[in-house]
Ligand binder design. Structure first.
Ligand SMILES: O=C(O)CCC(=O)C(=O)O
Ligand SMILES: [Fe+2]
Length: 225
């Protein structure tokens, strides 16, 4: 499931993030990639252990942990501390698949189920730089307003097209979901969203309560803790 979630950060928050990141010590993005990715990755990243990356990353995780739509879609078990990247002057990231098991930094490991890009610049700030995600229906080009995010299954091949004018700055991170299978997660998301709409129309009727029970019983079946 590819899902666009708008307005995760406000315009003021994005401006503060961008101001702080403009003065950050950007480094070669190949520092955090395996041998296959290193061949196709041409961007810059803020080092993961830089205090600014930690502080801004924590704010993003905090926001998302209480964001009903993100929680419903990703069913997060663990979120890898967000990283920040920048592409400019032809910078790009060729077709790749994200690593399946990642080090959390605190000794724990995380299985990447859901990949996320949170845009910190607007489409008119740069030329190119589309995130292209492949699925059985073909290639999906994603270029969102600042403050919006896209989530997509970590099982997908994807790439970032060359940025030929301006700069593209984003936060990106991986989530280990309670439910590893994308199809099961998508079914739970759609069921949850339908229940929310029914509840808004009918209140907590018996049927809404029963459907909520079905939702939790499916999650109970599929969740891995
Ligand atoms: O910049 C992006 O939107 C995605 C980055 C990416 O695919 C990665 O770092 O693995
Ligand atoms: Fe990637």
């Amino acid at each position: 499931m590819l899902l666009h979630i708008p307005g995760v950060l406000s315009a003021e928050e994005v401006a503060r993030f961008r101001q702080a990141l403009a003065e950050a010590p950007w480094a070669d993005g190949r520092a955090t990639v395996g041998p296959q990715g290193a061949l196709v990755k041409h961007n810059e990243q803020l080092p993961a252990d830089h205090p600014l990356a930690r502080e801004l990353g924590q704010r993003i995780v905090q926001r998302l942990s209480s964001h009903p739509q993100f929680v419903s879609a990703a069913l997060p078990h663990r979120i890898l501390p967000p990283l920040f990247n920048r592409y400019q002057g032809g910078g790009n990231y060729g077709l790749h698949v994200d690593g399946s098991v990642m080090a959390m930094g605190d000794g724990q490991r995380l299985r990447s189920d859901v990949s996320t890009t949170l845009f910190l610049c607007d489409p008119e700030d740069y030329e190119g730089g589309e995130l292209v995600v492949m699925d059985t229906y073909g290639a999906h080009e994603v270029k969102l307003p600042a403050g919006d995010l896209i989530l997509y299954p970590s099982t997908s091949l994807h790439k970032v097209e060359p940025v030929t004018r301006g700069a593209r700055t984003c936060a990106f991170f991986w989530t280990q979901s309670l439910v590893r299978d994308d199809g099961q997660r998508a079914a739970l998301y759609e069921l949850d969203q339908t229940i929310q709409r029914l509840r808004a129309r009918l209140g907590d009727s018996d049927e809404v309560l029963q459907l909520t029970g079905h939702y939790h019983n499916l999650l109970r079946r599929w969740a891995e803790l």
